[in-house]
Ligand binder design. Structure first.
Ligand code: ADP
Ligand code: TRP
Length: 319
């Protein structure tokens, strides 16, 4: 089974990225063959500064490696190091109905948040389909916001196979319900675009401040509270063992336990979980060529796979 996912280097990674996508990908790298890539072409829809894009790409690579990506088990690469992806995106574009893209919520949402209506933003799901299909992926771990893009990918694969003969596997999304939408500090979906994120590796003081600022209701400290649906508890649960989560839930229900107490516990459990990752990240960052070497080796392996698919696609389409 081949597992593939991508992440855009469009800003610092946050808890939503970690629990929504990264952690599932790490778990799945034990089960099958994992492909993980940095979607730097996709990031070009939002990042217009070359230096920033390069830095963000390196940061994202360091984050993944620090948090558990095993480059021995996982093919880890940069999208732009596999140029065949762009070629495939064009073949796919030529069978993509406009209506399919016009219906995409993510595009409409981005316009609603003030982004320019560019062709790149509109065609984004086609490039994403190319990422997935070129590697013959079986399973794609993503957050719920990407579900529709996976549907587009499946539609395009089926359409292409019907038109030209079987070239692609039909991939399945992997969206575990428990982590489908990680809440941000304001209770909405955590997202770079909403200014409500807690980053994976920002300094501890700032993390503490953000945690203490998580929006909660104004039930008095003494009163019993229902933990389910509360952002502090929901975030704590992501880090905690089932026993630890049950313990916090019981404290909330018993009363005399306020959101301030829970926030302190959330900070402590974040620290406990991320201390080893932080240490590893510092070590890796000190070695200037480490990340680059891993990404180059990953790209060589990824390209082999891409070329296999492209041989079929080129032959089928008449090139
Ligand atoms: P952002 O919304 O901050 O721009 P991205 O769109 O770059 O994040 O998301 C990268 C990956 O992380 C995707 O697979 C996405 O589904 C997942 N993800 C991002 N935010 C969340 C969240 N709040 N809950 C669950 N998954 C998320
Ligand atoms: N669109 C994804 C996001 O914003 C990133 C991405 C690009 C991706 N290509 C992909 C995810 C292929 C999974 C598979 O999060």
């Amino acid at each position: 089974m081949r597992v593939l996912t991508g992440i855009q280097p469009s800003g610092k990674l946050h808890w939503g990225n970690y629990f929504g996508a990264m952690r599932n990908a790490f778990a799945l790298q034990q089960k099958g063959e994992a492909f993980l890539f940095i979607a730097n072409y996709h990031a070009l829809t939002t990042v217009r500064d070359g230096q920033r894009l390069r830095e963000a790409t390196r940061d994202v690579a360091l984050d993944w490696l620090a948090c558990g990506l095993d480059p021995e088990k996982t093919v880890f690469y940069r999208q732009s190091d596999v140029p065949e992806v762009q070629e495939l995106a064009w073949y796919l574009s030529c069978i993509t109905p406009m209506g399919l893209l016009e219906r995409c919520h993510s595009y409409k949402d981005k316009l609603a948040h003030g982004m320019d209506a560019t062709h790149g933003l509109f065609a984004y799901p086609v490039l994403m389909a190319a990422d997935i299909l070129i590697m013959q992926s079986d399973l794609v771990p993503v957050g719920r916001d990407q579900k529709q893009h996976l549907e587009v990918t499946r539609d395009l694969a089926i359409k292409f196979n019907n038109a030209y003969g079987d070239c692609f596997k039909i991939p399945e999304p992997y969206i575990p319900e428990t982590v489908a939408t990680i809440p941000g500090t304001d209770g909405q979906k955590m997202s770079k675009s909403y200014n409500n994120t807690i980053q994976l590796f920002e300094d501890l003081k700032s993390i503490k401040k953000k945690i203490m600022g998580i929006v909660t209701d104004s039930t008095p400290m003494e009163a019993p509270k229902e933990p389910e649906g509360n952002s502090v508890y929901e975030l704590y649960k992501l880090f905690a063992t089932p026993e630890e989560a049950a313990e916090m839930a019981a404290k909330f229900r018993a009363g005399n336990y306020g959101y301030g107490h829970a926030k302190k516990e959330l900070f402590a459990i974040y620290e406990r979980t991320f201390a080893p990752f932080r240490e590893r990240r510092e070590k890796l960052a000190a070695d200037a060529s480490y990340v680059e070497d891993i990404l180059k080796a990953g790209a060589a392996r990824a390209r082999q796979e891409a070329l296999k698919t492209m041989d079929k696609v080129r032959a089928a389409t008449g090139f």
